[in-house]
Design a protein around this ligand. Structure first.
Ligand SMILES: NC(=O)c1ccc[n+]([C@@H]2O[C@H](COP(=O)([O-])OP(=O)(O)OC[C@H]3O[C@@H](n4cnc5c(N)ncnc54)[C@H](O)[C@@H]3O)[C@@H](O)[C@H]2O)c1
Length: 416
């Protein structure tokens, strides 16, 4: 049984570490964040997809620390560090370069290294390989190297690491074979592609596909708003077509670590090839516009009721970027709260998954309390634990950005 190393124990790395440990592998896990290491040692999970009981069950097989030295004894090392954008929206490979350099210092002959972090085509070959070769070992000859994108959708239970096909692109045939053997322990189906570049681009295509389709339906929502047509009714009707149409929901914009970030890795790389990736830019532009459109909708709804935004009490329901998770990274709710505050609104929020928004000096309050004297309830993220029918009856005014009040025909409910 393999000893598996995991670098970066976040939303991607921790579930992977646990999956290998559950299959009986010894796991050597590394993260710079000592709080995560302490939590793992205490059997306390900080990732919603990993229950603390599961972590506690396999904890004995996971050796977690802030040090890279224990990775020497791993057969394979999976790199799962963040790949964010710089403030100028360019790829920031800083964490990946730091992690790869630190790994090079402990790299062993015959080890397999797999990059799981999302990045542009060429990252594995042009950045990871040469940095690891500073160890004196040659990629593809003395150690194996592959790219295999993480595809798991946080909060989802029907498709997991086990039953989501795993794409692998090896630097060499032998690297791909070693990676396939490893992932076969935790995934039912492996999809081999011919190179790391093909695997890197596969992940970006998947996310760009979502981003572009969300932008398409969001643009439609802005148009139907002017036309007085219910966008949700149209999407639902179109989705009855048994072929050639895939349903995407309109909403307040895109959030999370992937969709607002990953496509720009490709548009940046494309510039080196004299290409402007216009679909990506346009989708980004439309999706970034959505919070402004939603705030204008709130403003109009208050105006129709004779209220200014300034001084109005607005209860924001759901601040994470999607239902059922507590992740607020890039969440459109944050932009909406900022914009409403700039206009002078008094904000309170309810989100059972997000206890506090420290940057805004806000803490989640009970739903009843949030609604008590609110002028308007704004549904930004529709967590399943809220009774939206009740909300539509109780709140003075409702603006629903997620289409969850469709069964209500109350005049006080306005939808995107
Ligand atoms: N979250 C998702 O749903 C998801 C899905 C698919 C792909 N991805 C990709 O996977 C990668 C990781 O994403 P995530 O959501 O798990 O990020 P995350 O921020 O939750 O976790 C990354 C971890 O890496 C650690 N880290 C940073 N630099 C390090 C270093 N030099 N050495 C050791 N540890 C280091 C951080 O402390 C953090 O705990 C990204 O490239 C992301 O695009 C994420």
């Amino acid at each position: 049984m393999a000893t598996v190393g995991v670098i970066g124990l976040g939303y991607v790395g921790l579930p992977l570490a646990v999956a290998f440990a559950r299959e009986g592998c010894d796991v050597v896990a590394v993260d710079l964040d000592a709080r995560k290491i302490d939590a793992i040692a205490a059997g306390e999970s900080y990732v919603e997809d990993v229950p603390s009981e599961t972590l506690a069950d396999v904890g004995g097989r996971i050796e977690a620390s802030t040090r890279y030295a224990p990775l020497r004894r791993a057969d394979a090392v999976l790199i799962c560090v963040p790949t964010p954008l710089t403030p100028n929206r360019e790829p920031d490979l800083g964490p990946l370069i730091d992690a790869t350099r630190a790994l090079a210092e402990v790299l062993q002959r015959d080890q397999l290294v797999v990059l799981e972090s999302t990045s542009y085509p060429g990252t594995t070959r042009e950045h990871v390989a040469p940095l690891l070769e500073e160890s004196g070992l040659a990629a593809g000859r003395d150690f194996h190297l592959a790219f295999s994108p993480e595809r798991v959708d946080p909060g989802r239970t029907d498709f997991t690491l086990r039953n989501t096909p795993k794409v692998i692109g090896g630097l060499t045939e032998a690297s791909a074979e070693r990676a396939e053997e490893l992932y076969a322990l935790v995934c039912d189906q492996i999809v081999r592609v011919s190179s790391p570049e093909a695997a890197e681009l596969t992940k970006l295509l998947e996310n760009i596909f979502r981003s572009v389709n969300i932008a398409l339906v969001n643009e439609l929502a802005m148009l139907t708003d002017r036309m007085g047509i219910d966008v949700w009714e149209v999407v639902e009707a179109a989705a009855t077509k048994p072929y050639g149409f895939m349903r995407f929901e309109p909403g307040p914009g895109m959030g999370g670590h992937c969709l607002p970030v990953d496509p720009f890795y490709l548009s940046w790389r494309a510039r080196e090839f004299d290409m402007a990736t216009e679909f990506i830019e346009l989708a980004g532009k439309i999706n970034q516009q959505m919070p402004y459109h939603c705030v204008a909708k709130v403003q109009r709804t208050l105006n129709d009721a004779g209220l200014p935004v300034k001084g109005s009490r607005i209860a924001v329901l759901g601040v994470s970027y999607k239902p059922g998770v507590g992740d607020v990274r890039e969440s459109p709710a944050l932009k909406i709260i900022s914009l409403l505050r700039e206009l002078g609104a008094e904000i309170r929020y309810h989100d059972s998954h997000v206890p506090a928004l420290a940057d805004f000096g806000l803490a989640s309050v009970a739903l009843e309390q949030a609604l008590a004297d609110a002028d308007l309830a704004l549904i930004v993220t529709a967590h399943p634990d809220v009774d939206y029918d009740l909300l539509a009856r109780r709140a003075r005014l409702v603006v629903d950005l997620r289409g969850v009040t469709r069964s209500s025909n109350s005049a006080s409910v306005v939808r995107l």
